[in-house]
Design a protein around this ligand. Structure first.
Ligand SMILES: Cc1ncc(COP(=O)(O)O)c(C=O)c1O
Length: 403
């Protein structure tokens, strides 16, 4: 069977909620993936930043197999020997006291929403059903019905109403707007430290510090969605560390599962999370021993191999190279660590076209919002591999400039 056969079959049975690039992947190792026809590609997109440790990381795969042969799923009806070591590690790295484990990033965000509302009612004494959460315009927090209700993207919401009330949206990076939007009913500000799906939008320096000050003064919880920015991606273990602040809670996902399994986590303080009693929340697979064992090992790997520092170093090099590409097609380069968005002039070229041309030259990336090509290589990528990716990107632009 050739690639087109797989594409035709998938298109027949899989609902068209994505618009994939025309390549059929069947194998991955480190920074590379292969298609069914044997072609090799450098992965500069890593499943929307989820493969931080490279494909099929050997150390993580070993833990996966070992744990799978012991016990994979127990449910939280019982204790397991894997949950506490994983959560202890996550708390030690982040400075939080406790966590709730879920499966997808969106579930982690849903968890945070429930927790901050409960805190709003039980601690802040907000009248029943009046709690408000402030979010940023152009956010991306996932695809559940409640989460899309706080989106400013109409296509994410179209025909999915009635939407969930209780959200208020302000401009990203605008501290004054946050201050003005807070009312006695505000329980939390939920925000990405860097907006990923919006096109890697980096807020002004000092903004997060100011946000922390405002939230503390107004008794509002600051919850950071670090599903994409966390775990080394921006050159620090967590993006909030760039501004030396401590949020009241963070959501982690994507790379947490070592690029092997889905697992997400809401981390916060004991005084907040102890408001959640038995029956308030749950998930059959959330915190399963298999995912916890792999995630624990992923956190150890991240720390022992200093992948955050590596992302800072290689990221500085990557940024310098991207910014030095002089092309009339490029409008702006944005990002931090090993995470960049190259924004193209919409009237000259689509990001989709750039990605398709790079695919033909052996590099995988993906467009977002039509004009942005995102780059989120594995944090384990070598300098030579990165150079291949960037050389290919540059060569692609030269071709496109001529056509
Ligand atoms: C910041 C952020 N939050 C939440 C999510 C949702 O994660 P998932 O797709 O695992 O539900 C994403 C996914 O891209 C994300 O970037």
């Amino acid at each position: 069977m050739n690639a087109q056969d797989y594409i035709d079959r998938e298109d027949r049975v899989c609902a068209p909620t994505y618009h994939p690039l025309p390549v059929v992947l069947c194998k991955g190792k480190g920074s590379w993936v292969w298609d069914v026809e044997g072609n090799k590609y450098l992965d500069m997109m890593t499943a929307y930043s989820a493969i931080s440790f490279g494909h099929c990381n050997e150390r993580l795969t070993k833990v996966l197999i070992n744990q799978a042969q012991k016990v994979a799923v127990t449910s939280r009806a019982f204790y397991s020997d894997q949950l506490a070591p994983f959560l202890e590690k996550a708390c030690a790295l982040s400075g939080f006291d406790m966590g709730i484990t879920m499966n997808s990033g969106a579930e982690g965000v849903e968890t945070a929403i429930k927790v901050v509302r409960r805190w709003g009612y039980e601690v802040k004494r907000i009248p029943t059903d009046k709690a408000e959460i402030i979010v940023a315009k152009n956010n991306f927090h996932g695809r559940t019905t409640t989460i899309i209700s706080c989106s400013s993207e109409l296509e994410y919401q179209r025909d999915f109403g009635p939407l969930t009330p209780g959200f208020k949206s302000i401009a990203f990076g605008d501290a004054q707007a946050l201050e003005d939007a807070i009312t006695p009913h505000t329980c939390a500000f939920l925000v990405e430290p860097i907006q990923g799906e919006a096109g890697i939008i980096v807020p002004p320096e000092g903004w997060l510090k100011e946000v922390r000050r405002i939230c503390t003064e107004k008794n509002v919880l600051l919850i950071l969605d670090e599903v994409q920015s966390g775990l080394g991606r921006t050159g620090k273990m967590f993006a909030f560390q760039h501004e030396n602040i401590m949020p009241d809670g963070i959501i982690l996902g994507k790379g947490l599962g070592g690029g092997i399994l889905p697992i997400s986590l809401f981390l916060s303080r004991k005084d907040i999370l102890s408001l959640m009693g038995p029956g308030s929340h749950g998930s059959t697979f959330g915190g399963n021993p298999l995912a916890c064992a792999v995630a624990h090992e992923a956190l150890c790997l991240l720390e022992e191999e200093h992948l955050d520092e590596r992302a800072a170093e290689l990221g500085a090099y990557m940024k310098e190279r991207l910014c030095s590409i002089s092309s009339p097609l490029i409008k702006e380069v944005r990002g931090k660590g090993l995470w960049y968005g190259v924004d193209f002039h919409k009237h000259l070229i689509t990001a989709w076209e750039v990605c398709k041309r790079m695919l033909a030259k052996g590099v995988l990336s993906k467009d977002t919002h039509k004009s942005v090509v995102r780059f989120a290589p594995p944090l384990t990528i070598t300098r030579e591999e990165l150079d291949f990716g960037l050389d290919t990107f540059e060569a692609t632009l030269r071709d496109l400039e001529k056509s």
